[in-house]
Design a binder for this molecule. Structure first.
Ligand SMILES: [Zn+2]
Length: 132
């Protein structure tokens, strides 16, 4: 007990309110984007037949975009759920608090920077190479 100097600052209720607002705004924007994407996808898929290959590519691009946004929306919803449950800002991997700077940059972060780093570097460990 009593280690306070080195500890990263964690979120306070004020930060939480701000982050919740940010998350809800992001969610609203993504939902809007997805609606547009859905309409675009329909137009592309059922619109006038052009070059079938181009059409196929367009649909794939739109679908990939749609998938990415869907994933992001899901992450945002999860973050809002964790807020409601009082577990927001806690790393899902190691259970440590996630630094406020990280949450401000990425409000739906699920892992602390150390675990995220470890996750990103994991594949490169296979060949034993030490990243620069
Ligand atoms: Zn962690």
């Amino acid at each position: 007990m009593g280690y306070s100097g080195m500890e990263e600052r964690h979120i306070n209720p004020e930060d939480m309110t701000g982050l919740e607002k940010t998350l809800k705004k992001m969610h609203g924007k993504l939902a809007e984007d997805m609606k547009k994407l859905g309409a675009e996808l329909k137009d592309t898929a059922f619109g006038e037949a052009r070059d079938i290959l181009t059409q196929k590519e367009d649909i794939e691009t739109l679908e990939a975009e749609d998938e990415m946004e869907e994933k992001e929306i899901h992450l945002i919803e999860e973050a809002l759920q964790r807020m409601a449950q009082g577990t927001y800002g806690i790393c899902l991997d190691c259970g440590e608090k996630i630094a406020i700077e990280r949450l401000k940059a990425l409000p739906y972060a699920r892992y602390c920077i150390r675990c995220e780093d470890a996750r990103e570097k994991r594949p490169y460990k296979m060949d034993g190479r030490i990243p620069d």
